[in-house]
Design a protein around this ligand. Structure first.
Ligand code: F0G
Length: 457
C-alpha cells in the first residue's frame, strides 16, 4: 500500500469534465474509427493521452503572463528567460522555440546529414523523425533491463555503454550526434543515472562526437537521481541539474512537460558560439526573431516561472508519489506495467494482460479502446500499432513492447481520479479473456497511429 502524498497546492480554478453514458461512449469510439486521437476532448472524462502541454499553470505563471513584453525584438521577457536558463543550466546560449520538435528541426540539420548516424538511449518519435529528415539514420542503444517490464531496476532509461561503443566502432566518424533522452519516454519514463551521463560524456569527448540532451523531463530525472543514486541525497536538485547538463554540449527541450506549460520549447548551447550563431539564423527562418522564437512574450514569462516551479522538490515529491500511488494500486491487482513507475506515467503491459491478442492485432490499442469504453479514460498505444510497417516489405513490425501509456498531466488530477483509473483497469483485467484485438482498415503513409482507422475483430 503506497500512501498518496497530498498536493502541495490548493485549487482556485476548475474546469468541468463529465462522463457520457456507456452506450454513448461506445458510439463515440466507433465514430472515431477506434482511434482515440479522433475523439473530442469533451467526450472524455479523464484524459491521460499525454502529459505534454496538458499541465495546470500556477497563479504565479498566470500573473507572470500579464507582464509579458510583446516587443518584436529585445523583449524584457526574453531577457528574463535567458537569465533563468543560465541560472538553472549554466549554459551560455539559450534559444526559445515554439515546442520540442521545433528545437529538433532547428538544431539537428546543423549537425547531421545524409550518411551520418545519431545514437540515443531511445529516440522519441519526433526526435527520430528530425534526425531522419536530415538524411541521417537514428539508432537506439538502451540497456537490456529496459526490455523486461517486470524487472525492477533504478535506471532503466540508461544507455548501454557497450552497445554505444560498438556502434561507434562500426560507424566511426559517421556518428554525428549522441542524444540522451531524459527521462527515457519510450522506455516508460525511466530515468538515466548521473553515472551513465558521465560515462556517455567521456565516450563522446574521446571520439569528438557532439552530445545533446533531449531534456523534456529533466526535473523528474533529477529527482530520481536524488532519490536513487548513491551520494546525491544531500545535493540540491538545482546542483544535480547543473551537473547533468554539464556533461552535455547542448540540449533540445520540449518545455510542455517539466516546465509545466501549455506550449514552449528551448535550445541550449553550452559554449559553442559558432553553433549558436547558426541556431539563431535557423530560428529566424523557421520560428521568428531570436527574442521570441515562435512564442508570445507572455509564454516566455510562463516558461521562466515554470522552469523554477518544475524544480521544486515538494512538487516533485508529490508528482512522482502520485504515479507511485497508482502503481501501488495496480500491484495489488497483479496488473503488470513497466516497473518501477515512470516519471510521467505508467506504461501498462498489454501483452501480459491480453496474452491471446497477437502483436498484429494490437493489444495495447485494444486496452486503450477498452479503457475509454469502460470509464471514459483516454490513453494511447506505445506498441506495434504505433510502430507501423517495414518500409521495404510493407509487413507489420513487432514492437518490443505492447504498452498502453497512462500519461499523467501535471497538477491536474487528484487522488480520487487515480482511484477511478485503477478501478477501471482492475475491472478490465477481470474480463481480459473476453477482449478482442483490432485490424487496420485505413492508414496514412507515415506516423499512422495519429490517423489510422480501425475495426474490432
Ligand atoms: N522529446 C521527448 C522525449 C518527448 O517526449 C517529446 C514529446 C518531444 C521530444 C517533442 O516535443 O511535443 O513539444 O514537439 N512528447 C509528447 C508525448 C508529445 O506525448 O510524449 P513537442
Amino acid at each position: 500500500m503506497v500512501n498518496y502524498i497530498p498536493e502541495p497546492f490548493r485549487i482556485k480554478m476548475v474546469e468541468r469534465i463529465r462522463i457520457l453514458p456507456r452506450s454513448e461512449r461506445e458510439e463515440k469510439i466507433k465514430q472515431a474509427a477506434y482511434n482515440l486521437f479522433n475523439l473530442k476532448s469533451e467526450d472524455i472524462y479523464i484524459d491521460l493521452l499525454t502529459d505534454s502541454g496538458t499541465n495546470a499553470m500556477s497563479d504565479l505563471q498566470w500573473s507572470a503572463m500579464m507582464r509579458g513584453d510583446e516587443s518584436y525584438a529585445g523583449s524584457r521577457s526574453y531577457l528574463r528567460l535567458l537569465e533563468t536558463g543560465r541560472d538553472i543550466f549554466n549554459y551560455h546560449y539559450l534559444q526559445p522555440v515554439h515546442q520540442g520538435r521545433a528545437a529538433e528541426k532547428t538544431l539537428f540539420p546543423l549537425l547531421l546529414k545524409k550518411g551520418k548516424y545519431a545514437i540515443s538511449n531511445t529516440f522519441f518519435d519526433t526526435t527520430r523523425a528530425h534526425v531522419e529528415l536530415t538524411g541521417a539514420r537514428a539508432l537506439d542503444a538502451v540497456v537490456a533491463e529496459a526490455k523486461n517490464p517486470s524487472l525492477r531496476a533504478p535506471f532503466k532509461g540508461n544507455m548501454d555503454l557497450k552497445k554505444l561503443q560498438d556502434l561507434i566502432n562500426v560507424y566511426g566518424n559517421k556518428v554525428g550526434l549522441i542524444v540522451m533522452t531524459i527521462t527515457n519516454n519510450s522506455a516508460g519514463g525511466q530515468p538515466v543515472s548521473m553515472e551513465n551521463l558521465r560515462e556517455v560524456s567521456k565516450i563522446a569527448k574521446k571520439h569528438q562526437i557532439p552530445f545533446c540532451l533531449d531534456a523534456a523531463r529533466f526535473t523528474e530525472n533529477a529527482y530520481f537521481i536524488k532519490m536513487r543514486e548513491e551520494n546525491y541525497q544531500e545535493i540540491s536538485l538545482k546542483e544535480i541539474v547543473r551537473e547533468m547538463f554539464g556533461y552535455a554540449d547542448m540540449f533540445t527541450m520540449s518545455a510542455k512537460k517539466d516546465a509545466i506549460l501549455n506550449i514552449g520549447g528551448l535550445i541550449g548551447i553550452k559554449d559553442n558560439e559558432e553553433l549558436y550563431q547558426k541556431v539563431c539564423t535557423q530560428t529566424i527562418s523557421y520560428e521568428g526573431f531570436i527574442s521570441y522564437g515562435g512564442l508570445a512574450g507572455r509564454d516566455l514569462e510562463a516558461m521562466a516561472t515554470g522552469l523554477y516551479e518544475g524544480l521544486d522538490e515538494n512538487y516533485l515529491h508529490y508528482r512522482i508519489g502520485q504515479i507511485e500511488y497508482l502503481a501501488g494500486k495496480l500491484d495489488e491487482a497483479g496488473i503488470i506495467y513497466q516497473t518501477p513507475a515512470g516519471g510521467h506515467g505508467l506504461f501498462i503491459d498489454a501483452k501480459a494482460m491480453f496474452p491471446h491478442i497477437p502483436y498484429y492485432c494490437f493489444p495495447a490499442q485494444a486496452l486503450a479502446v477498452e479503457l475509454y469504453k469502460e470509464a471514459g479514460i483516454r490513453t494511447c498505444d506505445i506498441g506495434s500499432f504505433m510502430l507501423g510497417c517495414d518500409p521495404d516489405s510493407g509487413r507489420q513490425l513487432e514492437s518490443e513492447f505492447e504498452f498502453t501509456r497512462l500519461a499523467i498531466p501535471r497538477r491536474v488530477y487528484t487522488q480520487s481520479h487515480l482511484d477511478y483509473v485503477a478501478e477501471a483497469l482492475i475491472n478490465i483485467k477481470k474480463r481480459s479473456h473476453e477482449i478482442k484485438g483490432f485490424k487496420i482498415i485505413w492508414e496514412p503513409s507515415v506516423l499512422r497511429h495519429f490517423q489510422a482507422k480501425l475495426e474490432p475483430l
